[in-house]
Design a protein around this ligand. Structure first.
Ligand code: PEP
Ligand code: MN
Length: 373
């Protein structure tokens, strides 16, 4: 069932927020000079919204945790001198008050905060009666309900200008991405809350510069509503997320290469779902091959052991027992007996080959040693 939220168009007097909405600026405000110089460049390319983290949620302590409130006047200067809208992350009530006090135009709730309903509720309560757009990043874990729940909490506080930000989902798995895009989740969000705009955050999805274009293009092909891309005047020297930040000129280059097709969303969704499933198959096959290789190594160890103890390779009672156990294990898992028998016969044959090979090697070595004596 789709949820129909009572939302208003996000607009500001004197600023043209055309679609796709582009937000850019550094991961973190670091110094007044860095903030202003980055803004001056972005202004040249007509970027309407300037993002900068003031309070940074960092994985480990003793890393750069943002400049804090002293960076807010710098954002105010960006707004006054360049006419850009400003946006920053808030994670608690104090952040909300400070950001409002300094006239920040848009606030966003970070991925770690969205994952915590208590924190979101406190932020929502502090926003009662305030008219400010609130963007809500997906939670770090792939849970659409939790994401929708955060949107509802903010909406229930009377906020009508809301957008979701898709920044990918954290994973322990080795991956090309810093945070897996799992496009089916924002697609599911779109299905559940059709009138909620979705902005993609390719920077935090990718964690590198190389994939930014591809992810941005995908977002456009899915007919999402905007992009938030980390941009720094000197990315290599950034105090946070250096690897994923790009210069304003590189951002302009990326944006100018984007193809805004008349979207065939059905097709794009289909294609991306397929790609994602194929990616899963690749990963599973990779695991299967590793498992088979491990299994053969263990067989070789058994071979060695048998040889040293003069036991025959094939002990038919063990083989019968193994086959029966495998059939039992696979029961009820949608795998036919015929398939399981075929697979395990092939695996067993390969095991015997490995064992024979290792036993022959041991035999040969023994003979060579014998000769040498
Ligand atoms: C950020 O936008 O700099 C940030 C910390 O993002 P996220 O909450 O997605 O990790
Ligand atoms: Mn960042």
């Amino acid at each position: 069932m789709a949820i129909q939220l009572d939302l208003e168009k996000i607009e500001f007097d004197g600023v043209d927020l055309k679609r796709p909405l582009i937000m850019a600026g550094p991961c973190s405000a670091e110094t007044e000079e860095q903030v202003m110089n980055t803004a001056a460049e972005l202004k040249k390319y007509d970027i309407p919204v300037y993002r900068a983290g003031i309070w940074k949620p960092r994985t480990r302590p003793n890393t750069f945790e943002g400049v804090g409130s002293k960076g807010l006047p710098w954002l105010k200067r960006v707004k006054e001198e360049y006419g850009m809208l400003t946006a920053t992350e808030v994670a608690n009530v104090k952040h909300v008050y400070e950001a409002l006090k300094f006239g920040v135009d848009i606030i966003w709730i970070g991925a770690r905060t969205t994952a915590n309903p208590f924190a979101v509720q406190e932020i929502a309560d502090s926003l009662n009666g305030v008219d400010i757009p609130v963007f809500i990043k997906n939670p770090v874990n792939p849970d659409v309900e939790l994401w929708i729940g955060a949107v509802e909490r903010i909406h229930n506080a009377g906020i009508k200008k809301i957008a979701a930000i898709h920044r990918g989902f954290s994973t322990y798995q080795k991956s090309l991405y810093r945070n897996l895009p799992q496009w089916q989740l924002p697609i599911e969000l779109k299905r559940s809350v059709p009138n909620l705009p979705i902005i993609t955050d390719p920077s935090h999805i990718c964690g590198n510069r190389e994939l930014l274009f591809e992810v941005s293009q995908k977002s456009m092909d899915l007919d999402f509503d905007g992009l938030i891309i980390e941009t720094h005047i000197n990315p290599d020297k950034a105090l946070s997320d250096a690897k994923q930040q790009i210069t304003p000129a590189a951002l302009n280059d990326l944006l100018s290469k984007l193809v805004l097709r008349k979207p065939n969303v059905e097709n794009a969704v289909l294609q991306h779902t397929l790609e994602e499933l194929r990616h899963d198959i690749d990963r599973l096959d990779d695991k299967l091959i590793d498992l088979l290789a491990d299994r053969m190594k263990t067989s070789e160890k058994i071979g060695e052991y048998k040889k040293l103890n003069n036991i025959t390779i094939l002990q038919s009672s063990r083989w019968d027992e193994l086959l029966n156990k495998r059939l039992e294990l696979s029961g009820g898992k949608g795998l036919s007996d015929e398939f399981i028998l075929k697979i395990f016969r092939a695996i067993h044959q390969e095991s015997i080959n490995h064992q024979t090979h290792i036993m022959n090697e041991i035999e040969q070595k023994a003979q060579e040693q014998e000769k040498a004596r």
